[in-house]
Write a protein that binds this ligand. Sequence first.
Ligand SMILES: CC(C)(COP(=O)(O)OP(=O)(O)OC[C@H]1O[C@@H](n2cnc3c(N)ncnc32)[C@H](O)[C@@H]1OP(=O)(O)O)[C@@H](O)C(=O)NCCC(=O)NCCS
Length: 147
Amino acid sequence: MRVRRLLSGDELAVLHAAHLFDEPPGLAAVRAYLSDDRNVLLLAFEGSEAVGFVRGTELLQLASRRRQMFVYEIGVDKPFRRRGVATALIKALLQDCRERGFEEAFVFTDPANVPAVELYRSTGALTETPADRMFVYPLHSGLEPPV
Ligand SMILES: CC(C)(COP(=O)(O)OP(=O)(O)OC[C@H]1O[C@@H](n2cnc3c(N)ncnc32)[C@H](O)[C@@H]1OP(=O)(O)O)[C@@H](O)C(=O)NCCC(=O)NCCS
């Protein structure tokens, strides 16, 4: 399995992965989405088949120049679940954010969504309370000088 970030020019790859999304992607919307570098869309492939995706949008802050990654949505095609696809997608996203100096990544989920909660916990996300909807991946120690 390999994970690839989709960029401007990859619109057709997104349309071919329509089965992964709750609502079918449209060409104009996909083009606009990919043309904004703050949007990150990663697809996981088994051979030439798209089997999972994660997408997020980077946010600026007021107290720090370090960015945050808002992980908006993740999904894996049913026959490919429980094989580490989502884990690979999250790890690839976090690695990219770490390399680009992000403060943290965060994601919201329904605490009743056991697969999602277990995925986020097993990949290192933290909550303040067990019932929290927000899961946070801290990405830098805070010991570096402020930026
Ligand atoms: C949540 C989801 C993305 C997980 O994808 P996945 O590729 O199956 O996840 P992984 O194989 O990487 O699993 C990683 C860990 O998450 C946990 N996990 C995943 N699915 C689980 C399930 N059905 N029950 C319990 N734990 C589960 C396990 O700890 C698993 O590690 P393990 O297999 O070694 O025990 C997938 O179930 C999915 O697409 N669900 C529908 C969409 C959704 O709810 N998305 C999240 C909210 S936007």
